[in-house]
Design a protein around this ligand. Sequence first.
Ligand code: GLV
Ligand code: GLV
Length: 328
Amino acid sequence: GRYQVFVTRNDMPQGGIDLLKKECDVKMSTHPSTMPREDLLKAVAGVNGIFCSLTDKIDKEVLDAAGPGLKVIGTISVGHDHIDVAECKKRGVRIGYTPDVLTDATAELTVKNLELRWRSFYRHHAASPEAQHEARCGGWKSWAPTWMTGPGLAGSTVGIAGFGRIGQAVARRVKAFNTKKILYFNRSERPEAQEIGAIKVSFDELLTQSDFIICCAALVPETKEMFNKAAFEKMKKTAIFVNTSRGGTVDQDALIEALQNNTIRAAGLDVTTPEPLPLDNPLLKLTNCVVLPHIGSAAIETRNTMSELTANNILTALKGEPMPAELC
Ligand code: GLV
Ligand code: GLV
């Protein structure tokens, strides 16, 4: 018979769903948003493939609920901290993900987040940034020499923590702003850094020397809360911190404190703990913090490509073939 694939959201971009339907029996969540856990556990029973997103925790319990026929998990994300990779490996369940195809979109949003000075320059105006608010609501009284000012990128030192695909793509873009220096911190040496002109430094050097500090590191045990109280205290008082990777790389209470006490100047976040961020979270009340709702890869073409790649990962795994993007 045909393979059974379960899709955990009913709002996955259509391209991937159409690809799956040609060769598999596809069942989709009927829930308007992230599936409640109990429904997910019931829905995956007996399936051969699961098309999921970063909002689904794929752990032992889900794998058990699916049963021994499960061959593949395809996540429509580059991050995979929501998947128990070791447990999948143990059971021979292959994992597909979406590296590369979202690098440009995510790097774009990251660079926009650096320019807190231009708070209206987000891809989605609905982000309602402060400068836009001033223009719309009468705060714009006159051109004024120090109003709405912030540090520019030209002549600055930019530090990137995590120099993988996205970190490098950010560096290439940031270079075009006439930055003085690009520093990076990464566990392993990155040969691409030479051509980009980025300099490898220790984490401490990155923190103390950078005007802009960007987190592009995947969330793994070694990077969990690497941006803690001590890290924020080492940063310049004028530093701007940007995170577009995962909220878990930051001790968020320490960040809130650093922003409240002006230990650092400002932060631009596309990721938080938890997601969505509760409306009473102090981060949403701080005027020196911009919070975006995890939209790094949210370019239309990118999301379509991610959906198709996820489908192709699942289809190839089901046939026992090499996957276009298999997590090692
Ligand atoms: C988004 O955060 C992703 O991991 O793709
Ligand atoms: C990091 O997020 C990467 O894509 O390398």
